[in-house]
Design a protein around this ligand. Structure first.
Ligand SMILES: *Cc1c(COP(=O)(O)O)cnc(C)c1O
Length: 353
């Protein structure tokens, strides 16, 4: 134990990110990254932005925000950009939780919710998903906490309907509900429109999973102007220049080239559905996914063995050594070629046991 670490943090268990090996060493399907390169125009605009990096970045992300509005339909007083959506989530924890306001989230969901709650010293209400890993909306009704829900959820890939989200919003009138839409572009749709109808909804999203910017760190928040002000108070108390100028330029260019990304997203969804069918052929149980990953288990081989054996074959996936899901593996959807190679490797593993 460290002599210097503040006692309040002595038991804190930090988030454990998926491994980031040197590029090219593995087929890397362990952290739900985008498998395609940026469009050429994006690379060029990013390179040009380097010429202005002697200046602090634009506090209002003006160009990025204008382009975001064209693609997403939200801008102005309703959007904040962040250094990845992890920062967006952290700002929400700081702004809407405290000694008098704990948090509620699912037992199987994005690992950072629990870490941020511990970092902030919050009371946690952990609500179990049902036996099919479905989130039970009614469990969250009038819970008296700030609610955090990943929708679609990770690592399950399942998604609540807009009506189910509305039920949670209607039954938490005095509390903020944060919907984390990291994977929404691979799903049947966003609930961001509801921010116009409900004053307690905050939607968080990211350019990491569907727009190829995981390494550039760009996230966003969509909510009403009152809650934007609350979050900005916190943001300006930590790091006003939270989105650097290179990332702002990249994000603006990505949105200008949105067609390219939409095509890639469509291909990822198609690849996911083909890969799911293939997994079922070799006796995997696969949870229907609305994300860029699948969560699956095999009845004869443990999740841990599958992950280890794939690693030996140069393929990295994610296994969580956690109650209820230890049998499962989470496999990011890569290019069709990569998924073909994963399928062949799995056939060999299962054939050989
Ligand atoms: C990946 C992920 C994030 C964070 O992504 P950033 O790279 O920080 O934008 C947030 N929530 C969920 C559910 C995720 O899977």
């Amino acid at each position: 134990m460290s002599w210097a670490l503040n006692k309040r943090l002595s038991a804190l268990k930090a988030y454990v990110p998926g491994e980031q090996p040197e590029p090219g060493k593995y087929i890397k399907l362990n952290t739900n990254e985008f498998p395609y390169p940026p469009s050429p125009a994006v690379a060029e605009e990013t390179a040009n932005s380097v010429l202005n990096m002697n200046l602090y970045s634009d506090l209002n992300c003006t160009k990025l925000k204008a382009n975001f509005e064209k693609v997403f339909g939200f801008g102005g007083e309703n959007v904040i950009f962040t250094n990845g959506s992890d920062e967006a989530l952290y700002l929400c924890f700081l702004a809407f939780c405290g000694p008098d306001k704990g948090v509620a989230f699912a037992d199987l969901t994005y690992g950072f919710y629990s870490v941020y709650a511990d970092l902030c010293g919050l009371e946690k209400t952990v609500l179990p998903l049902d036996s099919d890993f479905k989130l039970i909306p009614e469990d969250y009704y009038n819970c008296g906490k700030t609610v955090f829900i990943a929708n679609p959820n990770a690592p399950t890939g399942l998604k609540l309907t807009v009506e189910e989200i509305e039920g949670i919003l209607n039954n938490n009138k005095n509390d903020v509900v944060v919907i984390d839409e990291a994977y929404v572009d691979f799903s049947d749709g966003s609930c961001a429109k509801l921010t116009e109808k409900y004053n307690n909804l905050v939607v968080v999203g990211t350019f990491s999973k569907s727009r190829g910017m995981a390494g550039a760190r760009l996230g966003y928040i969509i909510t009403n102007s009152d809650l934007v002000k609350d979050i900005e108070t916190v943001k300006y108390s930590i790091n006003p220049y939270n989105v650097n100028s290179l990332t702002q330029a990249t994000g603006a260019a990505v949105l200008e080239n949105d067609e390219y990304y939409k095509d890639c997203i469509a291909e990822i969804c198609e690849t996911r559905d083909d890969f799911t069918k293939n997994l079922k052929k070799i006796d995997f149980e696969v949870i229907p996914s609305q994300t860029n990953f699948v969560f699956a288990k095999h009845n004869e081989i443990s999740g841990k063995d599958i992950a280890n054996k794939l690693r030996e074959k140069g393929i990295l996936i994610r296994h969580f050594d956690k109650e209820r899901i230890a049998d499962y593996v989470r496999i990011t959807i890569g290019t069709p070629d990569q998924m073909e190679r994963v399928y062949i490797a799995l056939e060999e593993i299962i054939g050989g046991k």
